[in-house]
Ligand binder design. Structure first.
Ligand code: SF4
Length: 352
């Protein structure tokens, strides 16, 4: 069986008992009832069920909270209402609208995938798991989300919220099968109802987000509490502690007031965005910063120092541009860097 596809009826994965089959029926019935009355039905991305809209929201929701995505989804969809409009846009414009949402590789992938959908599929999203998986940035879980939420098909979604619910409720069944990743995918596929893929997927996502929370699950309010062994033995997936990184950025402003910016590499922090050139540090105390900021990324704490001099600062990178204020308005610049530039008094020179 291909993980992500529903198994044929009557073929439970290995190790599933008659009792598990009874619990499955109970699980589906309770989950569905709970979702109808308690689930989330008014998120901005639930008002548009086109595959394009579902896909954009799912990519945004990867590694980003619902509250943050709320602020970005609507402006993005206003600017790029269709897959064709996204495919036609310049990457810089996509990055500018994405700016602040983080994990910029996702924006690169969205743009590239939109172009492929237009070039290879006539602007229509693939309706199969295999077709979706060929697009950049789409993994099995995101493909499952598009199939179930856009086309109402039974398809497995295993985002962090869904995983947590399944790992807690089905702990015993998973333990019997060695807790392997494959066992989880097969169990999730076995749980799929024959119809109502959309409400099943959304119900699991909502239960994980609202009730079966990572640190403090609200078991007394959970529709599954009577038959769930509870979270006590489950190993919570803890976020690894954030590391800290110092980023030294070189501020250069010429006598016309233009500021020198470079495009960041396509991988890593602020991938593909425009930024001040990054420089190495001199000995401690050697470089007095004009400004410093602490900025938290989901996986990293940045200490940003804006300097006018640093070792090797005499030469500027060739692949950069002198930017005027109106130009910078149109460029995708990390919000924290933009804020730092705007907070500098206009007469701070920077060397040229
Ligand atoms: S009873 Fe508790 S642990 Fe079990 S699914 Fe519900 S919230 Fe999660």
């Amino acid at each position: 069986m291909t993980p992500g596809h529903a198994p044929p009826e009557g073929s439970p994965p290995e190790g599933i008992t008659t009792e598990d089959a009874r619990r499955r029926r109970d699980f589906l019935r309770r989950l569905h009832r709970w979702f109808v009355t308690e689930g989330r039905h008014d998120l901005p991305w639930q008002r548009d069920r086109r595959a394009y809209a579902v896909w954009v929201s799912e990519i945004m929701l990867q590694q980003t909270t619902v509250d943050t995505v709320r602020r970005y989804y609507t402006p993005f969809m206003r600017r790029f209402p269709t897959v064709r409009s996204l495919a036609r846009a310049e990457l810089d414009e996509v990055l500018r609208v994405w700016s602040g949402l983080g994990y910029y590789r996702r924006a690169h992938h969205l743009h590239e995938a939109a172009r492929r959908v237009v070039e290879h599929h006539g602007g229509r999203f693939p309706r199969t798991l295999e077709g979706l998986l060929e697009l950049p940035g789409i993994g099995r879980s995101t493909a499952g989300a598009v199939l179930s939420l856009a086309y109402d098909r039974p398809a497995v979604v295993l985002d962090t919220n869904v995983r947590r619910v399944l790992e807690r409720y089905w702990r015993e069944a998973l333990r019997r099968r060695g807790n392997a990743e494959r066992a989880l995918w097969e169990l999730a596929a076995w749980l799929l109802p024959s119809s109502g893929g959309r409400s099943h997927t959304q119900g699991l996502m909502d239960l994980g987000a609202l009730v079966c929370r990572p640190r403090s699950p609200l078991c007394p309010r959970c529709p599954l509490v009577k038959s769930c062994p509870g979270p006590r033995e489950a190993v919570p997936r803890m976020r690894s502690a954030r590391g800290t990184r110092r980023l030294v950025l070189l501020y250069r402003r010429d006598r016309h007031g233009r500021i020198f910016l470079v495009r960041r590499p396509a991988h890593g922090i602020w991938a593909g965005l425009w930024c001040l050139p990054e420089r190495g540090e001199g000995p401690p105390g050697d470089t007095r910063p004009l400004l410093t900021r602490r900025h938290t990324l989901s996986h990293l704490e940045l200490e940003i120092r804006l300097v006018t001099e640093s070792p090797g600062s005499g030469r500027l990178p060739l692949a950069g541009v002198w930017t005027t204020g109106p130009m910078r308005e149109r460029l995708a610049i990390p919000p924290v860097v933009r804020e730092m530039l705007e907070s500098l008094p206009p007469r701070v020179p920077g060397k040229t």
